[in-house]
Design a binder for this molecule. Structure first.
Ligand SMILES: O=C(O)C(=O)C[C@H](O)[C@H](O)CO
Length: 315
């Protein structure tokens, strides 16, 4: 099946603590930032696909069922019988959520450039990769860098979310690898928190200048509930966040990415795509889990009907 957006990385089965910090209840769900992005894009109506390896196990079956239900193309998902599918837990405390991973040696961590699809890769309009994709293992990092180089050579768009996870690698290693990947990207989708850690800069405008100075044409700085700041060669814009009753922000940035990319491939301008994704990301925080609460287009449209659609303003 042809697809427009191809996301590359590792997916996991998620166990998310519900009912507060002392609760012993965990809701089974799904995660993996780039998989979340592919699903968010599909829920907005985009033709998206996921590229990864999963184990020949129950959790691998669950993920394949999930992508099938979500209409995410799985023709570029491979399976390995010798290594498991990763899982992770999300616990909630006063300072937000904490991830505990069981992913070392997982199927996706063994992915190598030879596992990339042939010409179907370049048939996509856009490739999306993240800092987590790079952090999982050296071979997955090589795979991602190879895929990015191939897409750029074919004149296609590469999108990159920094998604810095210091549980997966030290900051210095992360900085070098993430900045090398950003230099191969057309769209950067960092969070303010990641960008501050990676650049040592706390002023959002200095961060935008830093990333634009690396030659990235479009930088979308996600500032959580504070909204988004955007920069390209035409200027800079700011869009405040929507106020919603948040219970779990897991995967909100990934939902933003998927909704934003879905709008772009549909032909929306970057600023319209930002306005849409800002609302989708807010809506995904009002339920538990990285995937279940991702809204569909009808829910985003209904939200705009009730609160009005804010457009980014030049700054
Ligand atoms: O942290 C990771 O590696 C994940 O991909 C798990 C979550 O789904 C992701 O962090 C949410 O952004």
């Amino acid at each position: 099946m042809p697809f427009d957006i191809l996301c590359l990385g590792e997916a996991m089965v998620e166990f998310n603590q519900t009912g507060g910090a002392d609760s012993d209840q965990y809701l089974r769900g799904y995660g993996g930032d780039t998989s979340n992005c592919a699903i968010a894009a599909a829920r907005q109506g985009a033709a998206s696909a996921y590229c990864t390896l999963v184990g020949q196990d129950v959790f691998g079956d669950l993920l394949l069922d999930l992508w099938q239900r979500e209409q995410v193309d799985t023709s570029t998902v491979g399976r390995r019988s010798d290594t498991p599918t990763a899982v992770y837990f999300v616990t909630h405390g006063e300072t937000g959520h904490t991830f505990t991973y069981y992913r070392k040696g997982s199927a996706a961590s063994h992915m190598a450039p030879a596992d990339l699809p042939g010409e179907t890769l370049e048939q996509a309009k856009l490739l999306h990769v993240s800092g987590i994709t790079l952090a999982v293992s050296e071979s997955l990092r090589d795979t991602a860098m190879t895929a990015m180089a191939r897409m750029r050579k074919a004149g296609k768009t590469v999108s990159f979310d920094t998604n810095l996870r210091l549980k997966l690698w030290p900051l210095e290693t992360a900085r070098d690898a993430i900045h090398a990947a950003l230099k191969q990207s057309d769209i950067a989708l960092p969070s303010l928190e990641d960008a501050t850690a990676l650049t040592g800069l706390s002023d959002p405008f200095a961060i935008l200048d830093h990333y634009r100075g690396m030659g990235i044409p479009l930088v979308v700085l996600k500032c959580g509930s504070e909204g988004v700041i955007v920069a390209n060669s035409d200027g800079r814009w700011r869009l405040p966040g929507h106020r919603v009753p948040t219970v779990d922000a897991t995967g909100a940035g990934d939902c933003f990415d998927g909704a934003f990319l879905a709008e772009l491939v549909r032909g929306a301008s970057p600023l319209d795509a930002v306005a849409y994704a800002n609302a989708a990301a807010a809506l995904t925080t009002i339920g538990y889990g990285a995937v279940a609460p991702i809204p569909r287009r009808a829910a985003v449209d209904a939200f705009f009907q009730s609160v009005g659609r804010k457009a980014p303003e030049p700054i």
